[in-house]
Design a protein around this ligand. Structure first.
Ligand code: SF4
Length: 346
């Protein structure tokens, strides 16, 4: 077991990825940077996260600065990263650290887990990388590496338990944070889902799947469920160079984000007809339907949306609605799904 950590750390010292939130090997990382990057990296690629991470640090260099920002500003800057509950929890967590921990991150995995939006993985990652606690860090990449190293035959998600236990077994007490990051890098660049580059792998001689020649069989996954398609119609109501937007309720999908008023997003065979959609329109006007459809995929479903365009005779007040200049629409922080819908108005 000790040999695995030794080989991997030696490889990391030479081959590690240089990422804006990382410190040099052996140096203590800033917990704010680790936390921010780890929250952003959930469900999002490193390439996409880099520019968001740098922008957030420019705007809010410390957790105290972030705590003092209005939630709306944080959501606006998060726009495009998706999974907006992360942004709401990020802000809530910053406020809690500021209020209850004097602006300092708690230093143990157990304490970190008590904070909003910090689950098992993020708590372990911060504890290991910023505070040198030998916590077992398991993300998707590490899950793959460990399941191959030990040929773990259980199917995910049941396999998570033995994977975590094996990760704990191989996590060293010295440089646990570098070890976790080395495992992430190995999974991302060497132990890839298809065609792992075993010849370049520093722990090849310890790998059970490589010996058996069935690396790609791991991790064993349950068959994929088919995603349902929900359909809706959105409303583009215009007046004097402005469009009516909706501030979505805080709770639920895309909570707190701006968007367009829409019919409910429901599973059905086609987008609702004008007569059906009218009941959900924010105003009674001569709605014109476009032929095109915007498509977007969420974690659990696909969404197909048509757009109805209409003119308002004045800037009417609608509950949760607000008017925004059309030529500044890109500044309002529309989630990607609504940016796609907005393009239908062109
Ligand atoms: Fe992954 Fe191959 Fe290394 Fe095993 S030997 S951990 S399958 S890259």
């Amino acid at each position: 077991m000790a040999e695995i950590a030794k080989n991997l750390l030696a490889w990391y010292d030479k081959e590690r990825r240089h990422l804006p939130w990382r410190s040099a090997p052996g140096e203590t990382a800033n917990p704010y940077h680790v936390w921010l990057s780890e929250v952003m990296l959930q469900q999002t690629t490193v390439a996409t996260v880099k520019s968001y991470f740098e922008k957030f640090l420019r705007l809010w260099p410390s957790v105290t600065d972030l705590a003092q920002a209005p939630q709306e500003a944080v959501l606006k800057e998060w726009a495009g990263l998706g999974y907006y509950a992360r942004a709401r929890n990020l802000h809530k967590c910053a406020r809690e650290i500021e209020a209850n921990y004097s602006g300092q991150f708690p230093t143990t995995e157990a304490e970190l887990k008590k904070l909003p939006g910090i689950g098992d993985y993020t708590a372990a990652a911060i504890a290991a990388i910023a505070f040198d606690e030998p916590a077992a860090v398991v993300d998707g990449n590490i899950e793959r590496v460990v399941s191959r190293l030990f040929r773990i035959e259980e199917q995910l998600p049941a396999a998570k338990k033995p994977i975590k236990a094996k990760t704990a077994d191989i996590t060293p007490t010295k440089r646990p944070g570098d070890f976790a990051q080395a495992m992430m890098d190995l999974g991302s660049g060497v132990c890839t889902p298809k065609n792992p580059k075993c010849l370049l792998c520093p722990i090849q001689s310890h790998c059970a799947a490589q010996s058996a020649g069935d690396m790609e069989r791991f991790p064993i996954k349950a068959p994929k469920k088919i995603k349902p398609t929900r359909r809706a119609v959105s409303f583009w109501l215009e007046h004097d160079g402005h469009v009516l937007l909706e501030r979505r309720p805080d709770k639920g999908l895309l909570g707190g984000m701006p968007g367009f008023f829409s019919t409910p997003w429901v599973e059905c065979d086609s987008t609702p007809e004008l007569s059906e959609a009218a009941a959900h329109a924010p105003a009674d006007t001569d709605w014109q339907a476009g032929a095109d459809i915007a498509k977007h995929t969420f974690t659990h479903f696909h969404l197909e949306t048509r757009l109805l365009k209409g003119q308002a005779i004045q800037r009417i007040n609608v509950e949760n609605g607000f008017w925004h200049p059309i030529d500044a629409l890109s500044d309002v922080g529309l989630p990607t799904v609504f940016s796609k819908i907005a393009k239908l108005a062109d």
